[in-house]
Design a protein around this ligand. Structure first.
Ligand code: ACO
Ligand code: LMR
Length: 606
């Protein structure tokens, strides 16, 4: 098995960060194709967006290993990010696939019996496992597994974007990163580095990788970092003695400090515990040195030893040092650039009514906990979110009164009719309610703003009621807020009575209402149903509330009337009734709505 610039991988249980890091590595190595062929998330399908250099690409997401392998036949590596609980099943499944040759198992803590079963199975199928409990490995300038070698900056600093001459194998992934740095300082850099993982039973061993390096013409020297515990390093000793490892080799076994502890110490890795004398770091270092491998006196001297061996090879012509290659500039992530203060961007949206960035959301600058503690009502919330003001309680109670009286007016009105028909036609709650709301307009519930606008204008201009009625008649316009289909002087609208009573009792003054009532007296002379209707009464009383409570400047009031805030009150209130109608129809399982033919006048042209 050998990784190349064309090696492609599937990633099981993918995480966005390692995926992006692999693609960033691919880009700075000038790979033609990204090294990731696809991602696998059990049970999901779709596409994952990621950057390949400066452009965005879409990586397919497959629901199963089988489907990914069937579709991505050139991917022969599967990198398994499954947890230790599911790593066995998924790794086994991956090893069963004909297209997969190498399975990398990142998870720590896989039971040893299961790991050994996987290893047996992989050997039978002539496949390789890297891990478990590993960060993976890297072939410089060609292929990187997951998070190996960290960020792009680190990769470039360690010269991993282009191949060098050293084959490196270690148990520890964390120390590998340290070693890549050391190799970049002491040699022309890494050709390939593998961390076999810290478990007692690694899927592939130090020796197996050392033997692979032996076969790779690009690898001119081998560096191995072992650790105390287990006997793996002795297989290297044996192979060296038997002449199977001919390339110059530097090795060090970490854990020499274990002897200063009074009893056996379990280091981070499951396998890193020396029981018998032979498993100590000292014994292994001694055996490696005796077999003819260059072993320094301490870890601190490892860099010197590597440099020594490397320089010899350069001197005798075995190595002609790799040329430095300038990696292409990797565009910076926008978020990183913003936090570094390198870029700025104008925002697309402005919001002045609420803010959810803190511990709790604020409405008009007031935290919701404060709203609740102050025993405020929905009228206060509306006032904060619509007008960005705290208004006196008589004002917010007026808003609540509007919501109560306008919440519903029976099944025969336009909004309820539409919502009921839509629901009976099988539409869902939101669509049915929306179809009812869409009927709100100048002839149904949507005359509040216009009433406020026209009555304010007439009253502020000092017109008398009859002058206003005549002016509207001359313009051939109906007075918004006047007239009702079923309510009349004889059959007064109780809602209007309730609103008027409330205002008379609670508002400091009601000059707009008084004007509107004088207009009503005029229109009633024309027809009995030309009463001040509920929309008109709401709009006019809102003017009185604003002009008397001292929270609204003239500019505020003009803006509210000009923009048209007040129909929102009817929309909000009537939504309550419309939801009720739709739920009622659903509960009744009402059949599909259809007009009878005699309800329609058909005009058949000859
Ligand atoms: N101002 C002046 N005259 C009017 C008004 C008005 N607001 N409304 C009706 N009239 C007149 C008509 O011009 C007509 O006069 P005409 O016979 O001389 O031609 C007569 O009264 C009857 O008109 P219709 O169209 O039959 O009245 P209808 O009962 O169908 O209309 C409606 C009721 C739609 C409410 C109507 O009065 C109107 O458009 N009002 C203004 C808009 C409004 O306030 N809508 C909200 C209603 S309340 C709610 O939906 C919650
Ligand atoms: C309503 O509140 O829906 C009405 O005033 C309209 C109507 O026709 O009754």
């Amino acid at each position: 098995m050998k990784f190349t610039k064309d090696t492609r991988a599937l990633i099981y249980n993918f995480k966005a960060n390692p995926v992006q890091r692999m693609l960033d590595f691919d880009y700075i190595c000038k790979r033609e194709k990204p090294s990731i062929a696809g991602l696998i998330t059990p049970g999901s399908t779709g596409l994952h967006k990621a950057f390949f250099g400066g452009v965005e690409i879409l990586l397919p997401i497959y629901p199963s290993i089988e489907e990914a392998c069937k579709d991505q036949t050139d991917a022969d590596v599967l990198i398994n990010f499954a947890s230790f609980r599911s790593a066995y099943d998924s790794s086994k499944k991956a090893l069963e696939q004909d297209t997969i040759n190498t399975v990398v198992i990142i998870a720590e803590g896989i039971p040893e019996r299961m790991a050994r079963e996987l290893i047996d199975y992989s050997k039978k199928r002539n496949k390789m496992i890297i891990g478990p409990a590993t960060v993976g490995g890297i072939q410089a300038g060609a292929f990187k597994i997951g998070n190996t070698a960290g960020t792009v900056d680190n990769i470039i600093a360690c010269k991993l974007h282009r191949p060098g001459s050293v084959g490196f194998v270690s148990k520890s992934g964390g120390l590998s990163n340290e070693m890549y740095n050391m190799l970049a300082m002491t040699t022309d850099g890494l050709f390939e580095g593998i961390a076999v993982g810290g478990d007692a039973y690694p899927g592939s061993t130090l020796l197996e990788h050392a033997l692979r390096f032996e076969q790779m013409p690009e690898v001119k020297m081998i560096v191995m970092l072992g650790e105390l515990g287990g006997k793996d390093e002795y297989t290297i000793v044996e192979a060296k003695k038997q002449g199977k490892l001919k390339k110059p080799m530097v090795a060090w076994v970490t854990g020499t400090c274990a002897k200063v502890f009074p009893s056996d110490v379990q280091f981070g890795h499951a396998g890193a515990k020396s029981g018998a004398e032979l498993e100590t770091a000292e014994a292994k270092n001694k055996a490696l040195a005796e077999a003819g491998i260059a072993v320094p006196n301490s870890f601190e001297d490892l860099d010197k030893k590597i440099a020594e061996v490397y320089q010899e090879l350069v001197k005798d012509g075995t190595i002609s040092p790799a040329k430095e290659v300038e990696p292409p500039m990797l565009p910076m992530d926008y978020k990183a650039a913003v936090s570094a203060g390198i870029v700025r961007k104008p925002s697309n949206f402005v919001c002045t009514i609420s803010d959810d960035r803190g511990e709790e959301v604020t409405y008009g600058g007031v935290p919701i906990s404060e709203i609740i503690e102050n025993d405020s009502g929905i009228g206060d919330v509306i006032s904060l979110l619509w007008f960005k003001k705290k208004i006196p309680r008589y004002g917010s109670k007026f808003i609540e009164l509007v919501l109560i009286i306008a919440a519903e007016h029976g099944p025969c009105v336009s909004g309820a009719h539409n919502a009921i028909v839509a629901s009976r036609a099988g539409k869902d709650l939101v669509s049915s309610v929306a179809s009812g709301l869409l009927t709100i307009g100048p002839r149904f519930g949507g005359a509040i703003d216009d009433a406020a606008r026209y009555f304010k204008d007439a009253c502020d201009r000092g017109l008398s009621a009859d002058e206003f009625v005549a002016e509207m008649k001359n313009k051939n316009k109906r007075i918004p807020g006047i007239g009702h289909r079923i309510k009349s002087a004889k059959n007064p609208d109780k809602r209007v009575e309730l609103l008027k009573d409330y205002a008379k009792k609670n508002f400091p003054e009601t000059k707009y209402l008084d004007f509107a009532l004088s207009v009503e007296a005029e229109t009633l002379k024309k027809a009995n149903n030309l009463i001040l209707n509920v929309d008109g009464c709401i709009g006019i009383l809102f003017l009185d509330m604003m002009s008397s409570c001292e929270c609204f400047s003239k500019k505020d009031t003009d803006e509210i009337v000009e923009i048209g805030y007040l129909n929102g009150l009817f929309v909000l209130a009537r939504s309550i009734g419309l939801i009720g109608h739709v739920l009622d129809q659903k509960r009744l399982k009402a059949p599909l709505y259809r007009h009878p033919w005699d309800d329609v006048l058909f005009l058949n042209e000859e």
